[in-house]
Design a protein around this ligand. Structure first.
Ligand SMILES: Cc1cc2nc3c(=O)[nH]c(=O)nc-3n(C[C@H](O)[C@H](O)[C@H](O)COP(=O)(O)OP(=O)(O)OC[C@H]3O[C@@H](n4cnc5c(N)ncnc54)[C@H](O)[C@@H]3O)c2cc1C
Length: 460
């Protein structure tokens, strides 16, 4: 029987990072993966979506070339080659997943391909092989949640209803894509297919899209999508699916929407199969863990989507490192109040920390600085002037409580907010830090100046 110090179940961005870290810290480590190395993130999540979104952005830029002083005589000759787009996406995935394999091997991690079934907290069965471990890290991730709606199963069987996985490998462009739900994944796919020329309708239950983010951002995104022709229907109650149709109730009235694909994107469900014998404490979101990633069972840790705290790849990886450090005798904790969250729409959205409403609800005396991209030189040069940066700070010392932004490169720029918060930095720190010119990052500095009451490139 093989004996390990740490066995990691699942090799997504949580599991494979934990395994590398464990091996680097001197633990004899194994990782067990039922599907593909890299998990959802590399295979059917973060990377494939962003690769396709890049293709869509190139297409959108070409179709709007005259905005930049470039005339295209015959736009009908500009064609989307879906096969080539998907091939490019698959190449990026292959390159990254083989990179993960190489990293695991070179760090001395044993890789087992197969479904890991937990016999007890020290014993895992994989393809008739029994592995023994002192510590277990569960990193089995999540799967698309399919709600129990009449006819939905049949609609999936007929290929009309799809999840985020199938919609990544389109054989042809849907003429009309219906998106059920309006969270991050929904908005990214709405952006993708809208930019590629599909008609897109979003059906949303609550009165706003992206209900978890700062209200100003979600309203701005709704405006951008609407301007681009995406239809958003609010207050929708789902009644039933009939093949390519979804029948809903909106303000007490029954309505039918018909599309050639219906993307069901209503959240994720934790992958708990194979863990039944452990008697883990769980809730609706997944396995309950503390800030050290410990479960209710000693020596068993749960990281990433399976604990349902933040369904994000970078959180899974960070939790993997923290779990391993705790196993190896360090006392490490996650800081869940500084998690960046990104939406790769056009323009992008990125946030960290408290929203303005949250800060007020928690009783903070706050100041807010909001600087529009339309007053920024680089934004004008690039032709991307939709958006703004909003900083929420504690009035007393100017400590940053949250940063919220919509900008073409927001997902990169948010790191400034994250690092400032990590260092418990203030508005003064951001305003004094000399930002390169011309860049979109200057908008962060300008928002800080504004919050301090001394704006330079806008009026009070
Ligand atoms: C369309 C889409 C886009 C996304 N975009 C982003 C993004 O841009 N940025 C971001 O931060 N996050 C994004 N996410 C979320 C991100 O993919 C997840 O948060 C992340 O993959 C979670 O990592 P994980 O390691 O917890 O689990 P997963 O990536 O789900 O990996 C779990 C692995 O465990 C394996 N497994 C499950 N059970 C067993 C078992 N019993 N035995 C062996 N193996 C098992 C599975 O096969 C899987 O490979 C996106 C998700 C989707 C669906």
């Amino acid at each position: 029987m093989k004996q390990y110090d740490i066995l990691v179940l699942g090799a997504g961005p949580g599991g494979y990072v934990a395994a590398i870290k464990a091996a680097q810290m001197g633990a004899k480590t194994a990782v067990v993966e039922a599907g593909e190395l890299g998990g959802v993130c590399l295979n059917v999540g973060c990377i494939p979506t962003k690769t396709l979104l890049k293709s869509a952005k190139v297409y959108e830029s070409i179709m709007n070339a005259e905005k930049y002083g470039i005339d295209i005589k015959d736009k009908n000759s500009v064609a989307i080659n879906l096969d080539a787009m998907v091939k490019r996406k698959n190449q990026a995935v292959r390159r990254l997943t083989s990179g993960v394999k190489m990293l695991l091997e070179k760090n001395g991690v044993d890789i087992y391909k197969g479904f890991g079934e937990v016999v007890d907290k020290n014993t895992i069965k994989v393809n008739d092989e029994i592995l023994n471990t002192k510590n277990l890290i569960i990193a089995t991730g999540s799967s698309p949640m399919i709600p129990d709606i009449e006819g939905i199963k049949e609609s999936f069987e007929q290929g009309y209803a799809v999840t985020s996985t199938e919609v990544l490998d389109p054989k042809e462009l849907p003429e009309h894509l219906i998106v059920v739900g309006a969270g991050t994944i929904s908005i990214e796919f709405a952006t993708l297919y809208n930019a590629l020329g599909s008609k897109v309708t979003i059906l949303q239950r609550s009165p706003r899209i992206l209900s978890g983010i700062d209200k100003d951002l979600s309203e701005a995104m709704a405006k951008v999508l609407t301007k681009k022709g995406v239809k958003i229907i609010y207050g929708v109650k789902h009644k039933k699916f009939e093949g390519n149709k979804i029948i809903v109730e909106v303000n007490g009235e029954e309505k039918t929407f018909e599309g050639d694909k219906i993307l069901v994107s209503l959240g994720r469900t934790p992958n708990l199969k194979g863990l039944e014998k452990l008697n883990l404490e769980t809730d609706r979101k997944g396995i309950i863990t503390d800030e050290r990633l410990r479960t209710n069972i000693e020596g068993v840790y749960a990281i990433g989507d399976i604990n349902g705290k933040h369904l994000l790849a970078h959180v899974a990886s960070a939790e993997g490192i923290i779990a391993v450090e705790n196993i190896m005798g360090k006392d490490s904790k996650m800081s869940y109040d500084r998690i960046p969250s990104c939406i790769y729409s056009f323009p992008e959205i990125a946030t960290v920390g408290m929203t303005e409403d949250e800060a007020r609800e928690k009783g903070y005396d706050i100041i807010v600085g909001t600087f529009p991209l339309s007053a920024n030189g680089k934004a004008l040069a690039e032709g991307d002037r939709d958006g703004f940066v909003k900083i929420v700070a504690n009035k007393e010392y100017g400590e940053i409580l949250g940063v919220h932004m919509m900008a073409s490169t927001a997902t990169d720029m948010i790191a400034e907010g994250v690092m400032t918060m990590e260092l418990e930095g203030t508005l003064e720190d951001i305003a004094r830090g000399i930002h390169p010119h011309p860049t979109l990052s200057e908008t962060v500095m300008e928002a800080a100046h504004l919050a301090l009451g001394s704006p330079i490139h806008t009026l009070k």
